[in-house]
Design a protein around this ligand. Structure first.
Ligand SMILES: *Cc1c(COP(=O)(O)O)cnc(C)c1O
Length: 465
């Protein structure tokens, strides 16, 4: 009888090997996928060896090939081989990385991975850190620590007394912030109304004088959240100027560096994040640019006491006093996946120089894609990338902006329909555009050629129509 683990391995292996040939975007429709899967809860069980091949067969049409080098939608990432393989081991080992006692190796590898990550980004070596499910919960962790610290300075113990009746906290950012900052503010009881929006320049970067004005109008506990690369064009706030202004006003400075913090690893791009080390907390993702499998955000916090004060808990029935790392003192979760292990593997596989090469390669391919697609008849560059994100749009002669927006959507959908490449549409400064994001270690010259060829043939056809 075939072994279910062998089956899963060969199915996974076939998917990986076939990535250059599969459609970049999932070919099936929502209706088709529901038809394939919707059923009543089975009353009796089935054999694992029957479930797994059937599951993989039915799932096929609903898989986006974001693991391939031809996927440029959103900001997705990929998985370097050792990280994916380590993730398989993590599942097989089934470790609960909650505290040292329940997974000694989960705790020890996390200590090492955390130290390596601080070294990689050249952030304070005595800062605390946590591996979260993603950047969203990295923000929640960081802003919970910020909430702890700024309210403590105001004489309020938020862990004991909660947020009702506490001095109001102001969260200062720009319109260019990611929605996950707003959600973190909501989860933490700050509410969306606590967010003060500072004006930006045309590229969405916070204006220093405007920040000064907002700070002058603000009294009490304050948090400033800055962007290390926005989703659309990878715009960076000017940390060197802004952080000292915020700090002088007594604010806690948080950085959303979901992918942009990786500019710190590239000597060619490090100027974009100059001064970022002066912040109080930094959120980033392993599952985006570090190319580890999903379920990996990272937060680094300068004031480890604030971090621990916000997160730590103790329960009598567990053995916490082991000397090892107890992750629940730094994380929102109790039971959790040993998600630092794939990070450890990826950093060993690439080393500092390999991560730098990955960043530089992605940035170079993004520039090439934007230039080559932007140069096609019917295309124009909206914003050329400074990092790994750029925008193009598609136009017809004499068409209005509205018509061109519709046309851009049509072209994106038609490129995606070819299966050769996948892009996602966006709106930037009121302009409907196609976003080009390069975040995958696998992207190569041939992937770029195929994407450009797909765009060319779609444009030729649609402009004739
Ligand atoms: C992706 C992203 C997030 C959210 O990260 P998740 O890992 O999806 O939770 C936040 N901010 C920015 C700038 C992002 O690109």
């Amino acid at each position: 009888m075939t072994d279910v683990y062998e089956q899963a391995y060969s199915l996974a292996r076939a998917w990986i090997d076939d990535l250059p040939n599969v459609p970049a975007g999932a070919p099936s429709t929502l209706g088709e996928l529901r038809d394939l899967f919707e059923a009543t809860l089975p009353e009796t069980g089935e054999l694992p060896e029957e479930i797994i091949p059937d599951l993989a067969h039915r799932a096929r049409g609903g898989l986006n090939a974001n693991a391939s080098g031809r996927f440029f939608g959103w900001v997705m990432g990929g998985s370097v081989p050792s990280a994916l393989a380590a993730d398989w081991l993590v599942s097989a080992w089934d470790q609960n990385a909650a505290i040292y006692a329940v997974s000694p190796i989960g705790a020890v590898i996390e200590e090492v991975a955390g130290a390596w990550v601080k070294d990689l980004f050249d952030l304070p070596r005595d800062a605390s850190f946590a591996f979260t499910t993603g950047c969203q919960l990295a923000h929640v962790t960081a802003l919970a620590s910020a909430r702890h610290a700024v309210l403590k300075r105001a004489g309020w113990d938020v862990e004991e007394d909660g947020v009702f009746g506490a001095p109001a906290i102001r969260l200062i950012s720009t319109h260019n912030r990611h929605d996950s900052i707003d959600r973190a503010a909501r989860f933490l009881g700050l509410g969306r109304a606590s967010i003060a929006v500072v004006e930006t320049d045309a590229l969405g970067r916070m204006d220093a004088d405007a920040l000064r004005r907002v700070l002058a109008d603000t009294s009490g506990p304050t948090i400033v959240s800055l962007n290390a690369a926005d989703l659309n064009i990878g715009a960076f706030d000017n940390f060197e100027t802004l952080i000292p202004i915020a700090k002088a006003a007594g604010a806690w400075v948080h950085i959303d560096g979901a992918f942009g913090l990786f500019a710190r690893v590239s000597r060619a791009k490090a100027h974009l994040v100059k001064g970022i080390e002066q912040a109080d907390s930094w959120s980033t993702d392993g599952h985006k640019w570090l190319n580890v499998p999903f379920d990996c955000g990272i937060v680094i916090i300068r004031d480890s006491h604030a971090h621990r004060g916000a997160m730590a808990q103790s329960a009598d029935y567990i053995d916490l006093d082991t000397g090892g790392r107890n992750q629940l003192d730094w994380n929102l979760e109790w039971s959790r996946r040993a998600r630092a292990i794939p990070v450890y593997a990826a950093l060993r596989e690439m080393g500092r120089s390999g991560v730098e090469a990955l960043i530089d390669r992605c940035c170079a391919y993004c520039s090439t894609l934007v230039e080559r697609i932007g140069a096609l008849p019917g295309a124009e560059i909206v914003v050329a990338p400074e990092l790994n994100q750029g925008l193009v749009r598609f136009t017809r002669d004499g068409a209005s902006d509205e018509e061109n927006a519709t046309f851009t959507d049509e072209v994106v959908a038609a490129i995606n329909d070819t299966g050769e490449a996948f892009f996602s549409p966006t709106i930037w400064n009121g302009i409907r555009a196609m976003r080009i994001s390069v975040v995958n270690w696998q992207t190569n010259d041939s992937d770029v050629d195929r994407a450009v060829a797909a765009a060319r043939s779609v444009l030729e056809e649609l402009r004739r129509a």
